[in-house]
Ligand binder design. Structure first.
Ligand code: NI
Length: 219
């Protein structure tokens, strides 16, 4: 099979499938929480120990090692992608920016947008540093990369799928198929929401606003 000619609809369909499964388990988690009858919302658990998110250790665009704890106090908006991605990743980061730009400045400052590379082999800190400067992307976007193992661990924590796809004939070139989801993690690092690829800026802005109403910024 010529992987170059794999159908263009495949990745969105895969992403949608992942989102559907994720949505289903989250709905199940909420139903369970409701059945528990407690007034306080139960922690978002997808099933048993399968929580979304968790510790990560990565390298930022300045070449510094950072962990998830370095971002505590801000709500993280996390997208897994890579700089060579022709369309899926740029689109998602543009949606993220458009949603954040709808918020009042104070509210916008509550969020820390993060791009975690699923292509650490090519996405050096230097390359990420250039990429995150794009005016199409969120102003304070931070790019994170790391060793293959560090990236694998981070993706595993978020249940993010990614796989390298070779381009036929040109051994030095490849692409990376990956889930296209934006995760919202609270200022404590706990999972709060997830936005599938088809989410519009208006929808995301509304949900970010609602998140802030439920979790007022402390300043
Ligand atoms: Ni991509």
């Amino acid at each position: 099979m010529d992987l170059n000619k794999r159908p263009a609809w495949l990745l969105p369909v895969l992403s949608a499938a992942v989102a559907l499964v994720l949505g289903a388990v989250l709905v199940a988690a909420q139903l369970n929480a409701r059945q528990d009858g407690g007034g306080a919302p139960a922690p978002m658990r997808v099933s048993g120990d399968a929580q979304i998110g968790g510790p990560f250790t990565l390298v930022n665009q300045d070449g510094e090692t950072v962990t998830d704890e370095d971002f505590r106090g801000k709500a993280m908006l996390i997208y897994f992608g890579f700089t060579y991605c022709p369309d899926i990743c740029p689109t998602s980061l543009q949606v993220m920016k458009a949603a954040l730009d709808q918020l009042p400045e104070n509210d916008r400052a509550a969020f820390q947008p993060l791009l975690i590379s699923v292509d650490p082999e090519r996405d050096t800190p230097e390359l990420l540093a250039q990429y995150v400067e794009s005016p199409s992307f969120p102003d304070d976007l931070v790019g994170l990369t790391g060793s293959a193992e560090q990236v694998r661990e981070a993706a595993r924590a978020y249940r993010v799928f990614y796989t390298r796809v070779e381009d036929d004939g040109v051994s030095s070139e490849y692409t990376v198929d990956h889930s296209s989801l934006i995760f919202l993690m609270g200022p404590d690092g706990a999972f709060a929401d997830v936005f599938p690829h088809a989410t519009t800026p208006d929808q995301m802005a509304a949900r970010l606003q609602r998140f802030l109403e439920d979790n007022p910024v402390q300043s």
